[in-house]
Design a protein. Sequence first.
Length: 1235
Amino acid sequence: MNMSHESLGRRTVAAGAVRLLVAVLTGLLLPSLVAGQTVDEKYQRMRERNRKSPFSLFASPTTVLTVNQFQCGLRNQGDTCSDVFNSPTGGGGFWPTGSPNQYLFNSGLQVVGIIPPDAGFAWAGDTVGAFFMDASGLRAHGSPVTNIYDSLNPEDLENWPVAGTFPDFPWATAMVEDTALFNPVLIGRKAASQQDTWVMYWDGDPSLTGGRSHPMGILVEQRTLAWNYPAGNESIIYFIYKFTNVTNTQAFQRLSEAQYFNGRNELPDEGWRIDSIYVAFDVDPDITHDFRSNYATAILPFNLGLSYDGTFYEPEFEYPPSLFYPPFFTDAPGMLGVKYLKSPVDPATGEEVGLTSFSLHTNGGAFPDPNTVQRGWRYISLNIDPGKGDPSCTFDLSEVKQRRSCYLAQTQSDVRFFVGSGPFSLNPGESATIAVAVFAAATVATDQIQRGPSADNKPGFPSLAPGCGGEPIRPIEVAAGWVRTLRCPTEPGQPVDQFDVEVVPGSLLGKALVAQSIFDNKFLLGFAPEAPNFYLVPGDNQVTIVWEPSATEQTGDPFYAAAGDPENPLYDPNYRQFDVEGYRIYRGTSPSNLQLIAQFDKDGTTFVDHLCVTDPNYVAGDPCEEVHEIDIVHPFVQYPPGGVVRLDNGSTLVVAADTALAKEIAAGTARPLSNTGIPFAFVDRGVRNGFTYYYKVTAFDINSLRSGPTSLESAGPTKSVVPRRSATTVTEPSYTVSLMGRGDTPLPSNPVSIDPLTGRFSGPQPPTDGLSGLFQPFAGRLLPAGRYEVRIDSVVPYYYGADYFLTLTDANGSTPVHLVQRDEAITGDPAETLYELPAVQVLSDPSAREDLARKGVDAPPLAGHFRATLRLDRLHFHSGDSDWAYKQPGFFSIAPDSTPDGGSRWFSGENETMDHPTVGESTAGSLPGVTAIYRPTPYTGMAADPVAGGSDIFRRFYQTTWGIRRAADMKFYWGAAGLDSVIDVTHNVPVPFLPVVRASYGFVQDADGDGVLTWSDFARVQGIEDAANIGTLTPRMELTPQPTLMPVDVTGDRVADGNGFALIVAGEPYVFQVDAIPTNTVWTLRTYNGLVTRDANGRYSFTPSGRTPAVPGLRLVLEVEAPSRIVAERADLSRVHTVPDPYYALSLFDLNPSNKELKFVNLPDRATIRIYSASGILVNIIHHDDPGGGGMATWNLRNRSGQFVGSGVYFYHVSTPDGQQRVGKFTVINSGFGR
């Protein structure tokens, strides 16, 4: 621990309990006062205070690794997994992240060596050392050269150090460059994992001379790597230390000569060699609150040091079932492991020197921490010398080197341990590197381990070959996951190969093998997506989560550089470069207990299978000649090699299959893929005002099973927020949502009725109700003024369906949308079909966002979502079907209850004048100068066409044009030379001419060539080729923009009745018997959706239904006029009160007995609250200033001296900056009640 007996006295169990509380409340559960603060809020404030650091502009002197399950604090002077919140007793290594489960107090590097006696200057022959980790806290030698760069911080990434960044050490770089450690795919990247950090420190400060006479001259470049995948790797932090002999640098020599030689040039300019170097990773594990009950030992074949609580008992720990489950103890502390992955390479030999020592030292006691670098050299090199006052080893000195250990405690104590390598030499400018993995795991449940407050599970002594030659497998090795030794070494004195040991997956040894495998593979893993940036917007009993696309959406998976290269051994033709499939949102009441609340996945993405791994009948080894394109939707299954076998009878059997996300779905951490689309905003209404909630947004991918897990999920920070009502001074934003046609005037929606005596409608139908929208302004103060719209561009008919083509327009431009409708809503089962269109994004006003962000508000890039819904409701309940649909109920799930009494109708003038305009079959109103208006209708006396057939065939025309109908008044404006235009006056849009059948108009030609326009010509027009039976009739004729006068049939017998022309408009067919083309007049067609019937007394009634939105040119428009604003004059202090009132000893807001909360609600955004006792004594003052516009403040029920107030009646005085004020009262009862 970073402390001493002299300075801090004896640590007690009570101190451990305090440390536990500090870790929970200060380090992790610090409530946020401003929406969206990150969990490590204090760390972020420290980052801000260090912006002007001489080391870097953006990095921080501390950071906390929280990307996976092992939480580790870092300091920029070399202290790792250390407390960064300035607690005198709190540690820095917790498992799992966000829990109070402490496993590690601190750790770090120790380097010792000897300057050659013939070096030729004053320091020749000195034993030198650099204790970057000093457990005593008295002799630390590290000082920072840089702050810590964190790959999860965008500012750090922008300023990621490259060679030349630091003039004193121009070779230093944070880029991934070491090909001996990293796969070529990773070289040149800033980060190799989900969270990389990089920092540089040294021992060159001559004022840090505790336990030594002068600095050693060692510079350390430290990189950490962490992932939350694959299995076993989610609890591992990797440390890579590159240390360099910098005795030849001006920076080192200038400081040393100034301190020790009065500025004279006494040190060799070229530097000097350091011999007999040993390097150790030193660890101070403090597992559980009672650190004095700890043990440490080694498992030598794994190059592993481990520590554990000797009682395996800690009731104050959290034991989440995701980590503590059979075959592990479900309620016992786990173990801490430190695995040596790489030892230094001796520059003289080019070979690794290997792990040469594992030993313990203690906080005082039997083998105290080294108090000088000379003793440190003897400890790490195992050259213990009792004649120089060194403590006694556990073993005889003759055994120490053979065992690689000196002191191994067999009694519980505050123990520390190190893993070390050496000896080797470094010339000036030369470097060496070590790699270490730090992790924790649950303890394997075994009856060889005793548990309880008085239990004492001694570690025993490690051997090189447990399970071989009579060497036992110790109980602690069983608890660490050692099942059995599969193969023993052939040579005596050699260790068991770690991969020849059967281990429990997920155990300490299981994770050790995972770490070794990942290291041996040079850290090359399929990349999880980059974590998306996200924002939390508090509201009234709700929180809106807004997130940005993961950067991987643009950059792609870096592993594709290898997997996509046919010349690379890792080539995988199925690997998807752009593999982000969706996003997940987690929420919890603590950062260690997050639950999935929402998942969104992309719509329309596919997996291209070149290897037949999605074919359940493909057997590995068979030729795979067909490329499969598979929709990525649940269940998405890939079959591994050997997953499908061929039986003797030639059939196949699936014996293994990988269903994407199956395990996660079973565990509740994922949901089935369902093509939801990505809204980039989600409103969580499962929260309550006044409580702190923690959120995390992650991105996940779907990729090839051949190259790793089917799905990987990003890491990312956790943020907290407190939902609350807006302040009374905050106005509502001003906006409208309306339907528009041409121009900028919203369409009127007037009610319509039918005259019960005449059957005439009072006017046109209201505009369609099939296109509607809702605007969610979740950040009202960020709304920019502007217009956003959803426009219907065209509608294409299909048999029992239609395709809608729309355009969504926002600040980013236009987005086309294609909706395919088939069968469902056409006949009414279900009664309607809803299509949720992609959200139109309303981007935040940049200046307003910058202003709020500067004030600490988590201001999102989106201010709102405009969501449109397209609704299709029983399309055959239309006026065009009145005369026939009721006769053929077998074609509908819900048959229209109509009669020939209703239907579409034509008229001239402002409104209908004809009584009973549609009584009888095939009647459709009247027009001046028109002898007859005929609507070709199946089952109404149609004469059969020898080629096209009869009514059963023409019914298909209607069944194909349902989707392009509308309810509207459509006016035909005839000029002097023919038709001038057609206008849908209900929706204020033109009805366009198109030569094919669409939601448009066109005149029919003599398609069958018999010289008469009859119903059979309608069956041959272009645009209804999808209609059953008639879609293949030939020839097919285009429609024309102007009518042609010729003989027409207006009775259905296919015999000419006079001259006229034929028309299709919005899917409805008409034949007009007229002597001349109309001129200078206006015809109106009125259509509707619904049913017109007459009762026994001949009285009409109208039952409306959903009005089909097949109206090209129709727009749903959001008009944002003004954002929310803070208006001080709106403050309404009469609404201010406390929650709860009275306060009876506790409230739901209390975190624990030491953290009580009472809320003041309905405040303005700025106010001062003074709390007085009944006798008028000022108790406390609360300054409420919420730039986010919140109207809630918290009082901790303490007075200005930090003491809890007593029971009684209290008064509060609320005042605003503009002088408004109010006095109220509340009651507190703080005693006499049990919690």
